[in-house]
Design a binder for this molecule. Structure first.
Ligand SMILES: [Zn+2]
Length: 260
């Protein structure tokens, strides 16, 4: 569907008539060059706008959800359910949903369009198993995230599913790590691929997924508020600003998992 649009500029270029004005291509280029030099020579004294307009904050889009369900009730730990079991099943589900949401725009997230893994003005770096910082493009970063999370959630020693098996002592720390990475992916989709998400009519899904995810990590204090601060404006709109968005959500009375 979207691929068709890509063919338009090439078509136009093929069918555009040759210039009839007698101006040679060189003359046109020289004229363009003069205009460019002129505009460079006359700076207006102001720096260019640091950020593009955040389309995802426009009310007509933030209103879009696939359900009006009260997620605060949905994320709370049900009675008689083990906390780790609850964290495990929700984290696994969010991983699958966020992976799916990213896959809808992945053809637009390439090494050329997204040379770094960024969300608004924040840049993320991947650290390998030895803690070495790696320079990578956004699709490479997302690939690292998805493959490492896939490995963890399918590891019986980390996410046990069989009766009688215990969660490891590092379980909570690993869940926090997974949620942090998944947040980066969501933030990247909003900041770099919201227009494509809109074109695919999937923004209501994205908003619903984001609100559910943020309320879940807030409930169990799984992602540092400094980490989520980059999307506080959106979080305030989608999850209710008055009740304390990502910036101060860490002190919530219902947090079951303590900061370390
Ligand atoms: Zn991208």
């Amino acid at each position: 569907m979207l691929g068709d649009h890509g063919a338009l500029p090439a078509d136009r270029a093929l069918h555009s008539p040759p210039p009839k004005t007698g101006l040679s291509c060189k003359t046109v280029l020289q004229a363009v060059g003069r205009v460019l030099r002129k505009s460079k020579a006359k700076p207006n004294g102001k720096k260019p706008a640091p950020e593009e307009k955040k389309v995802y904050l426009e009310p007509e889009y933030t209103r879009s959800r696939i359900t009006d369900f009260e997620f605060k009730e949905l994320v709370a730990l049900p009675r008689e359910i083990d906390l780790n079991e609850w964290l495990a099943s929700n984290t696994t589900t969010f991983f699958h949903h966020i992976n799916l949401q990213y896959s809808t725009i992945s053809e637009f997230c390439t090494g050329e369009t997204c040379q770094t893994m960024a969300a608004c003005n924040i840049q993320y770096y991947w650290y390998d198993e030895r803690g070495k910082k790696l320079k990578c493009t956004a699709p490479q970063y997302v690939d690292f995230v998805m493959s490492s999370v896939q490995k963890l959630v399918t590891d019986e020693d980390v996410f046990p599913t069989k009766y009688g098996r215990e969660f490891p002592p590092s379980f909570e720390a690993l869940v926090r790590k997974i949620c942090r990475y998944l947040f980066h992916v969501l933030a990247h989709i909003y900041s770099s691929h919201f227009k494509e998400t809109l074109a695919l009519q999937l923004h209501a899904h994205l908003n619903t997924l984001y609100a559910h995810f943020i309320l879940f990590v807030r409930e169990f204090n799984l992602v540092d508020s400094k980490e989520t601060a980059v999307m506080d404006d959106l979080t305030g709109v989608l999850c209710g600003g008055a009740s304390g968005a990502g910036s101060n959500g860490a002190g919530g009375a219902q947090n079951h998992v303590k900061e370390r």
